[in-house]
Design a protein around this ligand. Structure first.
Ligand SMILES: [Mn+2]
Length: 321
């Protein structure tokens, strides 16, 4: 054997040993940049007791900072004019697709007191990519949520379809936003938000994909998986613990919001995620993803208390994208 040939074998062997040690022997976390903050599943319960308080729920922004600005400008005359009685709630998937993800992230982080953000499947996948920079070989580091839940690699729904699989575009988003900014988003945003409207005894939940009746009830075990909350479109009508994004992935598949029809619950769920259905306003469920990312509209619902009839009214706002 000549010298060059021996060297090639030695190099291949060394690289193989390195890869094996790096991806199998080292404990999880060893090849992460650094851990992200624990992500809160639900923000601390917010009680609205003052009739002046308003909530503005905004559908999937998807990097369209221009549309978000136009919405806030049209309704309030700019973010600086939003008073302390008004809370803006972004319903997830505010990153990617459109060209201005960084501007959207900075807008949120510069106005944390006025803007609450929920994490969608897009943000979860970007965050998974951030803590697994070498995902193309193997994903080792889960995201950690309050309630001791995790979302990790190769996470599949009941039909074994991969739910969160970071791809090149997610890695590119990690590079564009940078780790410190993503870490601040992970700290500020939550998976869901609950608002108790004490003046009427009703409750509003915001969540990116959807909620099953009974989620967030006092029985903690009734909580759906994080994957359901941020990614589902369908539920198995005969087993509501099984959810999926695709209809073909489930037996007895029906849209999750059908489970809310006919209930006498005082709960209303506001969500995004389902641009294929578009604006979808029902009694207990309000779908607000009207396809801004594909040239549709950015939709929002503003809840304000009407002192005349002692009810909250929901006003629809839309801007063209
Ligand atoms: Mn989504």
């Amino acid at each position: 054997m000549n010298w060059g040939y021996r060297m090639s074998i030695a190099v291949v062997a060394l690289v193989s040993v390195f890869v094996v040690v790096f991806y199998t022997v080292l404990p999880p976390g060893a090849n992460a940049v650094s851990p992200l903050p624990v992500i809160r599943i639900i923000s601390s319960v917010q009680r609205l007791t003052d009739p002046r308080e308003k909530l503005l729920f905004v559908g999937d922004v998807h990097g369209r900072y221009d549309a978000l600005l136009q919405l806030i400008d049209t309704q309030y005359g700019g973010i600086d004019a939003v008073d302390e009685h008004t809370k803006i709630v972004l319903l997830g998937d505010f990153l990617m697709k459109g060209p201005q993800s960084k501007e959207v992230a900075d807008y949120i982080l510069s106005h944390k007191d006025k803007i609450a953000c929920l994490l969608g499947n897009t943000e979860i996948t970007v965050l998974l990519s951030a803590v697994n920079p070498f995902y193309r070989f193997r994903m080792r580091n889960p995201l950690v949520f309050s309630h001791n839940k995790t979302v990790s690699s190769a996470m599949r729904d009941s039909a074994h379809e991969l739910i969160f699989e970071p791809k090149g575009k997610h890695r590119a988003m990690v590079s564009e936003l940078g780790y410190p900014r993503l870490s601040r988003l992970a700290e500020h945003c939550t998976i869901a938000a609950k608002f108790d409207l004490t003046l009427t005894g009703s409750t509003l939940y915001g969540v990116h994909a959807g909620m099953i009746p009974g989620d967030f009830s006092d029985d903690e075990h009734a909580l759906s998986s994080v994957a359901s909350l941020v990614n589902m479109k369908y539920v198995n009508g005969k087993n509501k613990t099984q959810t999926a994004r695709k209809q073909s992935s489930l037996p007895h598949a029906k849209r999750w919001y059908k489970l809310w029809e006919g209930t006498r619950s005082p709960v209303t769920v506001l969500y995004g995620h389902d641009a294929s259905r578009g604006l979808n306003l029902r009694k207990h469920t309000k779908g607000l993803d009207s396809g801004c990312a594909r040239g549709g509209q950015l939709s929002a619902l503003e809840y304000s208390y009407n002192t005349g009839d002692h009810e909250y009214t929901a006003q629809l706002l839309q801007v063209h994208c």
